[in-house]
Design a protein around this ligand. Sequence first.
Ligand SMILES: *Cc1c(COP(=O)(O)O)cnc(C)c1O
Length: 462
Amino acid sequence: MSIKVFLNEDEIPRQWYNLAPDLPSPLQPPIGPDGTPVPPQGWYKIFPENLIEQEYSQKRWLDIPDEILKILYRWRPSPLRRAVYLEEALGTPAKIYYKDESVSPAGSHKPNTAVAQAWYNKQFGTKTITTETGAGQWGSALSFSCGLVGLECKVFMVRISFDQKPFRKMMMQTWGANCVASPSNETNAGRSFLEKDPDTPGSLGMAISEAIEAAVADSSGATKYSLGSVLNHVLMHQTIIGLEAKKQLAKIGVGKPDIVIGCAGGGSNFAGLAFPFTYDKINGADIEIIPVEPTSCPTMTRGLFAYDFGDTAGTTPLAPMHTLGHSFVPPPIHAGGLRYHGMAPLVSQAIVEGLFAPRSIHQIECYQGAVQWARTEGIIPAPETSHAIAAVIQEALKAKQEGKEKTILFNLSGHGLMDLVGYNKYFEGELSDYALPQEEIDKTEEELKDYPKAQINKSGKW
Ligand SMILES: *Cc1c(COP(=O)(O)O)cnc(C)c1O
């Protein structure tokens, strides 16, 4: 029995997988408020052309440049591990495998795309990258990556996390970046959010507005913006996780998992693991694929599938996605990375198609799962990751009840060593479960009623 499965550097996948050409019903394009599709050129002020080419690509496979692989070898290929200690504690016949993305220098899956985006920006001639960060994971991943390729990095960090997680800010500084709390006084968007509510905890949507404004304000074009999730090319960069997992499972003779699980904020770590298996499912494999979100920010399970903006100020094009509305300010639960109002269009379309079965889980069950995990497997998971773990435990106990030897694969998206304040609140009994009230959900429809509607397109196969 193998408890850890490693790949050598020369076994690393050399191409990323793009789900877009394989979706049974194609993605609807990003559009402007008047309904006209946004062409690639429409993004050039914000992103470099080489990444926008990937964003619109209909090629199934894209080569990973050798120089990017050379950076990734610091921690990739990441280990595939089997959670035998948790299996034993649960008394389940299920076999639980996981990709350990906590081994990256920043502690999560996020450097997989941060390195690629920094590298393509450098190739393009960008000098400075601006971005937002919620819990601080993305800001630290991009700081680390910009430092390695020689770019300046400016991070707008959601106020509540900035105050609760000073260590993430120090990590960014160590890697050479500049991090400020958002809303800030540095942008028009930031000043207007502060005027409306001086005590706002901030949100990812607000921080995105600030970071985009800061990029566009540089008229030389040498400042670009970078997003850590949601976009097609970001999800594609993460598929190295699932592609490695396939090779590792094959190495130990596991044909296919029965269940694939990942937590989903904007959808990137989930997609990174799940899309290569989604390809198999589209081609006939029987795999249950489950993205997991918090009950307090139920984008996939209760949100609308609609055209919506990616940011609060409405500066981005409209994208077809599951959404709680761009002005949604999530309640301050600790899974900072799962508090985004929208969901990646590729993940959303696959949900519409019936390829994924999204699930929401309450905060306390997640922390219970995280603590059980830490006390059996050892790694203290990120609060975001705890959502995947709670769903894995649900499935493992179900397999026990049914007496079925199922193979479960999930993504351990990051460690929680910078998130111990949340654990402390859990131990002190200060956390409570919170389901978003229906009035909040109903507001979305009202907010989006004057914008073009997204079509519900599905083949009916799943
Ligand atoms: C950012 C983050 C997430 C959520 O983002 P996705 O794009 O949905 O993956 C999940 N887990 C960890 C550890 C993160 O840092």
